[in-house]
Design a protein around this ligand. Structure first.
Ligand code: PLP
Length: 364
């Protein structure tokens, strides 16, 4: 199988599997005071240190959760009833988190947050929280988060950065950026599914989503997923240590884009002119729906994704692509191809050959 859907979930690194398996063979609740409990708690605290080091913050500022969606729900719900802004290309974890007061900041045709529009909105009325992602999960476009953070602070708003697709692909430095909150997910960085975290600046408010226990410094109640958390800590360390190898996949990305647009010049690569992370691309092939493209690739054992949600059996165009100005037909003819730490040159060559053959066949 050729798996090119690493932005959905990436392969767990073997060292992480070893560690998680070892810990799953141990017994102990991190909240217990006996030796087994203390041992379990040691795994969590080591992971907190690894995570803190990976993103340059202090361990006390890291709170583990069950996923980035939970992290983002916690942060947004902290500001319930207050004005919240979010870019139009944020993940559903932000946009669909049920916050009635959410106001949308537009993006440019290249998929970059419109900072002028953001400033206009901030000038208009007091804002509690702004949400901007560091890297878009569909286009891979790197957002001007430093400028967005400075702007939010200029107008006394706090800012949350969704760094889920950034860690391990580009440099993430919480302290240097001076963000107030940042969210991460283990399964996007070579760790297990079902574990995430957020980091927050000291003294900034958190209203826990889950209450009823003193775990995670009383910011997230519930028995800790010790093996998962340990896996996330190690995955974060490995992701940051291997950032160079990830960045090398830009050669393969450029090769894919050149070959397919060279054969079919009407194919569009969304956000291509912008600074993007190396591993991913958003490909619009007008007139061929992504459902048809994905099915045909799947028949050849190639996994890519649509970047659009399917609700009640009807494919819906991606909100991120329509926010960039694509019409519904083009958005529904777009696939996302994303490489991972274990993608090989053979995978890339096979994808190019199969993709071009498929489009030639379907356009006959
Ligand atoms: N934010 C971005 C940019 C994502 O790509 C994802 C996952 O697709 C999430 C948030 C949600 O992460 P999780 O699966 O840990 O809830």
């Amino acid at each position: 199988m050729i798996y090119l859907d690493h932005n959905a979930t990436t392969t767990i690194r073997p060292q992480v599997i070893d560690l998680v398996t070892k810990i799953m063979n141990e017994t102990g609740n991190g909240s217990s005071t006996h030796a087994a409990g203390r041992h379990a708690s040691m795994h969590i605290e080591r992971a907190r240190e690894q995570m803190a080091k990976a993103v340059n913050t202090r361990p006390a500022q890291v709170i583990f959760t069950s996923c980035a969606t939970e992290s983002m729900n916690t942060i947004l719900k902290t500001f319930k009833g207050q004005r919240i802004l979010a870019s139009a290309i944020e993940h559903a974890a932000i946009l669909d988190c049920g916050h009635a007061e959410l106001e949308i900041i537009p993006v440019t045709a290249d998929g970059i947050i419109d900072l002028n529009a953001m400033e206009g909105m901030l000038k208009n009325a007091p804002t509690a929280l702004v949400n901007v992602m560091m890297v878009n999960n569909e286009t891979g476009v790197i957002q001007p988060v430093r400028e967005a953070i400075d702007l939010a602070h200029k107008y006394n708003a706090l800012i949350h950065i969704d760094a889920v697709q950034a860690l391990g692909k580009t440099h993430v430095d919480f302290a240097d950026l001076d963000a107030d909150y940042m969210s991460f997910s283990a399964h996007k960085i070579g760790g297990p599914q079902g574990v995430g975290c957020f980091v927050f600046k000291a003294q900034k408010p958190i209203r826990p989503l889950l209450t009823g226990g003193k775990q995670e410094k009383r910011q997230r109640a519930g028995t800790s997923n010790i093996a998962g958390i340990a896996g996330m800590g190690l995955a974060a360390e490995l992701a940051v240590n291997n950032i160079d190898t990830y960045q090398k996949s830009s050669q393969w990305r450029d090769q894919i884009e050149e070959k397919i647009t060279g054969t079919h010049p009407d194919i569009i690569i969304n956000g291509q002119s912008q600074n993007r992370v190396a591993n991913c691309m958003s490909i619009t092939c007008p007139t061929i729906t992504n459902t048809v493209q994905i099915m045909n690739l799947d028949l050849n054992n190639i996994c890519v994704s649509a970047g659009s949600a399917c609700s009640s059996g009807v494919a819906k165009p991606s909100h991120a692509l329509t926010a960039m100005g694509l019409n519904d037909d083009d958005a529904l003819s777009t696939i996302r191809v994303s490489m991972g730490w274990n993608t090989t040159k053979d995978d890339v060559d096979n994808f190019i050959e199969n993709y071009i053959a498929m489009i030639n066949r379907l356009r006959k």
